[in-house]
Design a protein. Structure first.
Length: 337
């Protein structure tokens, strides 16, 4: 924010004869902010900007401050209305339940009209390769002289605000709040914006821009900034290239160890003594922690016990058979026995 008369807002008007009464008051107010009320910037009032599908859009004002770009919609009343002005998100505006007597030839809801103009300005800048940052929107409502009007709280789209300007103080407060944010627009940026919106015929000289507080150059914040809801000139969206992310270095992974092939027993590796393939005996599984000689010893003991048992059974059978034969041929022998 400037402190001298030279930093007042520089105002350009496309067609002064076509200004409405509310727009004339806006031009007077912008040009009267000097000394401790001085604000840097340049305003283009009552201008046409390229719209969608090649159709031009009439915009009440576009104001560039070093701290942001603001698209302005100015609405005055055709007659006096007292009461509470309500600005619903959808539908027409009302004063104490009656339609607001606004001077308008377009949409019944001024916020919708402003939003269409705001997108036209933003798209026009982006199409020409000018980074607009965050473009704010402002509806300035001027009541009829002597009217007692209050503004009810409202839910508005992000970055759009409504100011009830029964005097110039509320409007000046809006731009002083805007001036508290980081600078974004330099002299070359404003000149490029005038050219992009086909307003080159009204472009001030570079010396004029510098004299009215537009800086020669600025250092832009490389980090993306987001505007807070209904915060004029708040943090802006910045188009930045994505920063490549380097994955963290990790310790090299050792390849898994290849298990060694199991050692084959001697019976499986030795060649048979004759031409016939010898059938290898299946080696019983060894218990973990049991020596090989212990397993072999147990097997030999079992084999010996089995042979002994079979011998006893055979001997008993032979004795039984012998006694049976003797009893058959010598009945008395058994008793003698």
């Amino acid at each position: 924010m400037g402190t001298g008369e030279g930093t007042r807002v520089l105002v350009r008007v496309q067609n002064e004869a076509g200004l409405s009464g509310a727009e004339r008051r806006l031009v007077e107010w912008l040009g009267s902010w000097v000394d401790r009320y001085a604000l840097p910037g340049v305003a283009m009032v009552n201008c046409n900007v390229p719209g969608p599908n090649g159709a031009a859009r009439q915009v009440d004002a576009v104001i560039w401050s070093p701290h942001g770009c603001v698209v302005v919609e100015v609405k005055g009343f055709t007659r006096r209305q007292d009461g509470v002005l309500r600005v619903p998100l959808n539908g027409g505006w009302t004063v104490d339940g009656h339609p607001a007597a606004l001077h308008t030839s377009g949409e019944a809801n001024p916020v919708e009209q402003l939003r269409t103009n705001l997108y036209a300005v933003k798209n026009g800048l982006e199409t020409a390769g000018v980074d607009p940052g965050f473009v704010s929107g402002l509806v300035v409502v001027l009541p009829a002289r002597g009217a007692r009007l209050d503004l009810a709280g409202a839910v508005l789209p992000t970055g759009i605000e409504v100011v009830l300007a029964d005097g110039q103080k509320p409007l000046r407060r809006y731009f002083h709040q805007l001036a508290k944010h980081r600078a974004f627009w330099a002299a070359d940026d404003v000149a490029a914006a005038f050219t992009a919106l086909d307003l080159g015929g009204f472009l001030p000289e570079r010396a004029e821009l510098l004299a009215h507080g537009i800086p020669d150059r600025i250092t832009r914040d490389p980090q993306p900034r987001t505007a807070a809801p209904n915060n004029p000139g708040g943090k802006r969206f910045r188009r930045t290239s994505p920063t490549p992310v380097t994955p963290p270095r990790s310790a090299p992974t050792k390849p898994p160890k290849t298990p060694k092939p199991p050692k084959l027993s001697r019976s499986a590796t030795a060649r048979p003594r004759s031409g016939r393939a010898r059938r290898s005996r299946a080696t019983p599984p060894r218990h973990q922690g049991t020596p090989a000689w212990s397993v072999r010893l147990k097997s030999d003991a079992a084999r010996t016990a089995l042979i002994t048992l079979l011998a006893l059974v055979a001997l008993a059978g032979a004795v039984w058979l012998l006694l049976t034969v003797r009893a058959t041929f010598h009945p008395g022998a058994l008793n003698a026995w």
